[in-house]
Design a protein around this ligand. Structure first.
Ligand code: NAD
Length: 294
């Protein structure tokens, strides 16, 4: 594989290990983060524009769509024609589409490629990428996806990666809430949690939330529940993704009552009930502590 010049903007919990993996694979990576963070093997630039100067690829891993838009407005003019911008942040579909259009106007390829797999997947190079963009842009980015992840699905045009991500996470949020409330009900019915797991994990109520990420400590595979609900996937990140799903649903007039309720429950949990900083499966102790009207 050729060695590329890569600009990497946003060296946070996810971005730093992703950038380090690209550098370890032999690419020349120059990073920039407003917080001054660095990553192993990555040269640090003083500005985002400087990190992108002469780059074949620029990867962004940023907190939200507003920041992505402002970073894109700065770096697109600094990028060389024919380069490719890969945004791996989780942002709203509209921001992804708008940045894709700005890139096209500037003669730059664009792929929105949000990830699943979390910080562990970023460090281990085992992320899954859900990508949107032209066939050419996706093909160009594929070698880098192979380094940072184990799977990349081309979902459609710009924005399709974000659409896949928020639909997936809307299902995840709703099924985690359903799994936790069912465990809390089972407790009150005197049903042993291990028996509940044994039945549901092999029955029609099974899901990733039950089988792979069981929210009950000591039951099923090892999960954040076994580590006092240390994330894992933090409740506030789930709240962010549920917010994006409802924002998208509003924009296209889709009826998503379960997603809306999951968003409301995670908002209450994070903002009023001490859920910030806990894994999103900590919904189980939350339900356990509650009765029907409290
Ligand atoms: P993070 O807050 O650790 O990292 C974001 C980084 O962006 C920070 O270091 C911040 O200083 C930097 N930044 C902010 N504004 C900037 C700017 N204008 N220019 C340059 N840098 C700037 O967040 P994270 O956990 O790394 O998540 C990044 C993205 O990945 C988010 O969109 C998140 O939703 C998504 N994501 C996170 C996870 C996870 O488990 N952490 C999983 C999947 C997806």
């Amino acid at each position: 594989m050729s060695s590329f010049n890569i600009g990497f903007i946003g060296l946070g919990n996810m971005g730093a290990p992703m950038a380090a993996n690209l550098a370890a694979a032999g690419h020349t990576v120059t990073g920039f983060d407003t917080a001054g963070t660095t990553a192993t093997g990555v040269a640090v630039a003083q500005t985002a524009e400087a990190a992108c100067d002469g780059a074949d690829f620029v990867i962004t891993m940023l907190p939200n769509g507003a920041i992505l838009r402002s970073v894109a407005a700065n770096i697109l003019p600094a990028m060389k024609t024919g380069a490719t911008l890969i945004d791996c942040s989780t942002v709203d579909v509209e921001s992804a589409r708008d940045v894709g259009a700005l890139a096209a106007d500037a003669g730059i390829g664009f792929v929105d490629a949000p990830v699943s797999g979390g910080v562990g997947g970023a460090a281990g190079g085992t992320l899954t990428f859900m990508a949107g963009g032209t066939d050419d842009a996706f093909a160009a980015a594929s070698d880098l996806f192979d380094i940072m992840g184990q799977k990349a699905v081309h979902c459609g045009e710009a924005g399709a990666g974000q659409a896949a991500k928020i639909c997936n996470n809307m299902i995840l949020g709703a099924t985690m809430v359903a799994t936790c409330e069912a465990f809390a009900l089972a407790d009150k019915l005197g049903l042993d949690r291990q028996k509940m797991f044994d039945v549901v994990s092999t029955s029609s109520g099974s899901s990733w939330s039950m089988n792979t990420y069981c929210p009950a400590p000591g039951v099923g595979p090892k999960t954040p529940a076994d580590n006092d609900y240390t994330p894992g996937f933090a409740a506030e990140l789930m709240l962010k993704d549920l917010g994006l799903s409802q924002q998208a649903a509003e924009a296209v007039n889709a009826d998503t009552p379960m997603g809306a309720l999951a968003q409301a429950l995670y908002a209450q949990f994070v903002e009023e009930e001490g859920g910030r900083g806990k894994d999103f499966s900590a919904m189980l102790p939350r339900f356990e502590a509650r009765g029907r009207n409290s």
